[in-house]
Design a protein around this ligand. Structure first.
Ligand code: MG
Length: 459
């Protein structure tokens, strides 16, 4: 089989309940609803972490965050500007994997796997990059806190990168999504005659949300809903482009989100419990839609367990690329789930890490919580009967608890558990550089579009 094109769309903090095809009555998402109707919608799809940097590192490498040193960043949950840590070049991203397999590769949007030159997308197999190297609330913004290093008040100006150079500082955030999709379309047109991999990582719906007037008009869910509709519009643009170029039958498009919603300002993880940053279902279970006309049957849904880490080996299989044999990869090829109605999940268990603490484990229908925020606990939920984790049945199923405890112990031995002082036997170090520096510094003479963003929202 010829190598298919791959388009991976990753949103920022989009919740499980934010799309029409996942039950939202607040946001209009006709393009994504159509994408689901034409393809496969995952009911039980998980990110590797409930926050940005570890989730993205896991997605890109096919590994649980602690496996690649991405559990925490010198005590911080995500990477900050100029921190000097990131995804080391020794890690193999899906960009590198597909590039080595002959793909042309572009990343557009939020990276958040390290902002020092060694860690940028262009050092991880992407031919080109256009986007923000970290979160859109890490620039100069109303109410900005002191940077973690304490050296300068607030964060440095938000950099917009073209490849590995700062193209603009403090760009107009409202127009970025339209610029992102234009760049994506330009790439698809230019590479339409050979296999390509596009990784589009939206800045929406991470706070603060700046959105163009065109989406605000008529949005029924305020600024948040307008941003969701902007995501939907970009999906329509990309799908239209693929159809126009005759690439529908040779392109796999996957849509997902890096973690659950904060559940403030209009976002929803309904019907799941919890929010971004937690190991309740709402933190890590996210929308995922896969579309490939002719290969993936239309209007399908699967409740089999799958994770973002599975995309790495799945894309490898589709591209005919060998998986690296010198390291553990946690993801599994979910091609069978994509193409076959009756395929079972390749996963015996899913592990919910918050930083380097194992907080929960899922096996089949059962989810056992073993810690929350550094404190030991025991709660058992039957996710088939109780997706909202509302009825703790830990005392009714001691046999299930014992079985899941044993599975959790296996994960701890391999991946570690900081809360219990366990170092994993099979973990690789985070990348570090000496003498890191932020990509920008504030210069009063620079013609900023906004020297300081006026919205104070962050998160
Ligand atoms: Mg996020």
């Amino acid at each position: 089989m010829d190598q298919p094109n791959v388009v991976l769309i990753n949103c920022d903090d989009l919740g499980y309940g934010d799309l029409g095809c996942y039950g939202s009555k607040l946001n209009a998402t006709p393009a994504l609803d159509r994408m689901a109707a034409e393809g496969l919608r995952f009911d039980d799809f998980y990110m590797g972490s409930p926050v940005c940097s570890p989730s993205r590192g896991a997605l890109l490498t096919g590994c649980y965050p602690p496996r690649i040193g991405f559990g925490d960043f010198d005590g911080l949950p995500v990477l900050f500007p100029g921190q000097g840590m990131g995804l080391p070049p020794s890690e193999i991203t899906m960009g590198r994997l597909l590039s080595d397999a002959g793909y042309r590769t572009l990343m557009v949007g939020k990276w958040h796997c390290g902002d020092q030159p060694a860690f940028l997308p262009t050092n991880h197999g992407f031919d080109h990059y256009f986007g923000l190297p970290y979160s859109n609330d890490l620039g100069r913004q109303s109410g900005t806190p002191t940077a973690p290093d304490g050296e300068q008040p607030g964060y440095p100006p938000l950099p917009l990168l073209l490849d590995d150079e700062v193209l603009e500082q403090q760009p107009d955030q409202a127009s970025l999504t339209a610029r992102y999709v234009a760049e994506a379309v330009r790439f698809i047109r230019g590479e339409r005659h050979r296999p390509f991999f596009l990784y589009l990582a939206h800045l929406y719906v991470h706070l603060p949300i700046y959105v163009q007037e065109r989406f605000l008009r008529g949005a029924s869910n305020g600024t948040y809903g307008a941003a969701v509709e902007a995501i939907d519009w970009t999906t329509e643009v990309l799908l239209h482009e693929l159809a126009t170029l005759g690439l529908d039958d040779t392109t796999l498009v996957v849509f997902t989100s890096d973690n659950g919603s904060l559940c403030r300002t209009g976002g929803s993880n309904s019907p799941l419990r919890g929010a971004k940053g937690t190991t309740w279902e709402g933190g890590m279970r996210v929308p995922c839609i896969a579309r490939w006309p002719g290969r993936i049957g239309s209007g399908r849904m699967t409740a089999e367990l799958a994770t973002a880490m599975d995309l790495f080996p799945t894309f490898a299989a589709l591209a005919g690329a060998e998986l690296p044999g010198d390291r553990t990869i946690d993801g599994r090829d979910i091609g069978p789930l994509l193409f076959d109605d009756d395929a079972p999940s390749p996963h015996e268990a899913i592990f919910y890490y918050r930083m380097n603490d194992l907080e929960a484990v899922r096996v089949g229908r059962w989810k056992l919580h073993v810690a929350k925020g550094g404190t030991e606990c025991r709660h058992l939920y039957d996710l088939h009967a109780d997706r909202g984790e509302s009825a703790d049945v830990v005392h009714r199923h001691p046999d299930v608890v014992a079985r899941l405890e044993a599975v959790a112990d296996g994960a701890r031995r391999s991946l570690g558990d900081a809360r219990l002082g366990i170092t994993g036997s099979d973990v690789r170090p985070v990348g570090r550089v000496a003498d890191p520096s932020p990509l920008t510094t504030y210069d009063p003479s620079y013609p900023y579009y906004a020297a300081e963003y006026d919205l104070p929202d962050r998160g």
